[in-house]
Unconditional design. Structure first.
Length: 650
């Protein structure tokens, strides 16, 4: 009976006072921990923290300065423009008034134009803007020097006003607005729309609005050109001034930028935070809201730029660590010299074992892994010597797996009931073939044939039970099973089909008079068997016995009258019918059986993969044609004088 046993192991001390691993770990990890720990602490904790604080303070300061400069620029130009407009309107239309305008533009070279009036829908007059943006009491003053020096079109002023009537109306209603004009003028320009037109009647300001066109270059000059980038945006998120003028010209809007969204949501006047932009880049960002028309100044710097120097420092420290590691390697190399001699002795001992000499004598006084390895090596050589001795005892086992389990003590005398699939294979007309060959050639021929067949059996997990002359008995499901009877049965059928192919390949080398073509028959049956070691202490054999085995043998014999090469019983067919193409043969009553047994000829495996064609043969007729088998003459089995081991039913 097969009875797994837990392998015994000789107790030996596994406690090593001075293990090599500890020594190597102490040297290498100690030096690496010292260097890399210092790098990690300085770079990650001290340097990074100091750099971050400095970067945040610098960014916040730059933002405050840029905001103050933008506020001052807008406030100064706003006050100057409104004061000039009131004074200019109070003067009569004389050369003095024209001179005042020239003087104003000369002193305020950032002012591109000044337009004021009451919003209307008809054509303008009195020097007003063409297009109907203002009524008759409008005024438009152009700084020609500004446009000439920048090669810009002065008519863009009228176009801008006529295309922004909704904003002009909002300004006339009392709202102060700042718009981006860069896209219209093709030069950096921002436009302030202010309530009031500078016209007084009876000391009362008249309704209307004033448009102040300013160059945003002066603002961006105060934003600087370092790694910290600042920009001026209005309440709608439009970029009004930025060192990168293409952003204003494209009409870039930052309304959805995480920093701007945070500014609108929190309502705080000034704040700084580390955030991830919509482009996926992490930045330090600061903002300051101006008390002019909802304007705000945004200042950012990429986190990567902030820690660029820190990264360089880390790189230098890594090179330093590499140097420390190199020194550590040298130390370990010199230390390894202390274990090289014992390893050489072990290598020489391994060479002796390879030559078959298992009598190894090694001594070691070391109290580390080398000493333990030496002791284990000596124990291994003794075990190999004992194993070699047992090979002679267990050499009668055909299957290596059975022999190994027997050596390990996992097989005992006795048996157990198991379900298995049994295969019998036999060469047709072997007696007549062997009579024409010398005895030595017969042995060589059998060895060549059996080697091919056995390899197909073992490849599918089968076990060769015994050789009976040219016949082979093999089993699946014992002593080791897949745990699934149908899978074991299918493996047996697959093995028989592989044997068919192997025989076809083998026959390609045959065909001469003294090397005739071979035909084989395979009989397969599945059922209950008694499995175990049979024999005595002097001679044992692991095998299976029972009615299942007898029926498999009878099934193999039926291949000749049926003109088939693989027959399976109904018991096996029920397990594999979904995977195998078969054709049912006439029912057979075998010797020792009262009821007829259904038999099936195996044609091929079924191909179930979508899109793949089923290879031939797909019928028994095609199989017989392929293998050169005759059409069966079932009546010949009923000739008198023949021992009736089976009876075929129509």
């Amino acid at each position: 009976m097969v009875k797994p046993q837990r392998p015994t192991r000789r107790k030996q001390s596994s406690k090593i006072p001075y293990p090599i691993g500890f020594k190597l770990m102490f040297i290498i990890v100690g030096l690496l921990a010292l260097s890399l720990g210092a790098i990690t602490f300085m770079a990650s904790t001290l340097i990074s923290m100091d750099v971050r604080i400095t970067a945040e303070h610098t960014n916040f300061s730059i933002n405050a300065q840029a905001a103050e400069a933008a506020k001052s620029f807008l406030s100064v130009n706003k006050s100057a423009a409104l004061t000039f407009l009131r004074t200019w309107r109070a003067l009569p239309a004389t050369e003095e008034r024209d001179s005042l305008a020239d003087y104003f533009f000369a002193e305020n070279d950032a002012v591109a134009a000044l337009a004021a009036g009451t919003i209307g829908g008809g054509e303008t007059g009195g020097g007003g803007i063409s297009g109907g943006a203002f009524t008759d009491e409008s005024v438009t003053l152009i700084n020609d020097r500004f446009f000439l020096s920048r090669e810009a079109d002065r008519e863009s002023v009228a176009f801008f006003l006529n295309s922004r009537r909704d904003y002009l109306a909002r300004a006339a209603g009392g709202e102060t607005l700042v718009l981006n004009g860069t896209g219209v003028f093709n030069i950096p320009v921002l436009v302030m729309l202010l309530p009031g037109n500078g016209l007084l009647k009876n000391g009362v300001s008249q309704p209307g609005m004033t448009a102040l066109f300013l160059s945003s270059e002066t603002v961006t000059q105060n934003f600087g050109d370092g790694p910290n980038g600042s920009c001026l945006i209005n309440g709608e998120g439009d970029i009004l001034a930025d060192p990168d003028t293409t952003l204003g010209q494209e009409g870039r809007n930052l309304r959805t930028d995480p920093l701007v969204l945070s500014m609108y949501e929190t309502g705080e006047t000034r704040k700084q935070r580390l955030y991830t932009g919509s482009d996926g880049i992490r930045r330090f960002g600061a903002y300051t809201k101006l008390d002019i028309a909802g304007l705000a100044v945004i200042t950012t710097i990429d986190e990567k730029l902030v820690f660029e120097e820190t990264a360089a420092t880390t790189t230098r420290n890594i090179w330093l660590s590499a140097g420390v590691l190199f020194i550590s390697i040298l130390c370990v190399w010199f230390f390894s010299k202390t274990i090289s001699e014992p390893l050489k002795n072990l290598s020489a001992a391994a060479g002796k074992i390879k030559e078959g000499n298992f009598n190894i004598t090694l001594q070691s006084r070391r109290r580390d892994e080398i000493g333990l390895l030496t002791e284990s090596f000596v124990e291994m050589s003794r075990g190999l010597a004992e194993r070699e001795r047992l090979k002679d005892t267990f050499g009668r086992f055909i299957n290596r797996e059975i022999a190994e389990r027997a050596i390990k003590g996992e097989l005992e005398l006795g048996g157990e009931n198991r379900q298995a699939t049994v295969l019998f294979s036999d060469i047709r007309d072997f007696t007549s073939i062997s009579e024409k060959m010398p005895a030595q050639d017969v042995v060589g021929f059998l060895n060549s044939y059996l080697s091919r067949m056995v390899s197909r059996i073992t490849k599918t997990g089968g076990v060769v039970d015994k050789f009976i002359g040219d016949a082979i008995m093999a089993i699946w499901g014992v002593p080791v099973s897949t745990g699934n009877f149908a899978r074991d049965a299918l493996a047996c059928v697959r093995s028989a089909l592989m044997m068919r192919i192997a025989l076809q390949e083998y026959n390609q080398t045959r065909g001469a008079e003294n090397r005739p073509y071979l035909k084989i028959g395979c009989g397969i049956n599945t059922g209950d068997v008694v499995a175990g070691q049979i024999g005595s202490k002097e001679r044992m054999e692991y095998t299976v016995i029972g009615d299942t085995v007898n029926l498999a043998s009878r099934t193999e014999a039926l291949n000749k009258p049926f003109c088939t090469d693989i027959l399976i019983t109904e018991h096996t067919w029920n397990l594999v019918k979904d995977y195998v193409i078969t054709e049912e043969m006439p029912g057979v009553t075998v010797k020792g059986k009262a009821a007829p047994v259904r038999m099936f000829a195996v044609v091929n495996l079924r191909i179930k993969k979508p899109g793949m064609l089923q290879p031939k043969p797909v019928s028994l007729a095609q199989l017989r044609e392929q293998l050169g088998l005759d059409i069966p003459d079932l009546d010949a089995m009923e000739r008198p004088g023949i021992e009736k081991k089976y009876k075929i039913h129509d």
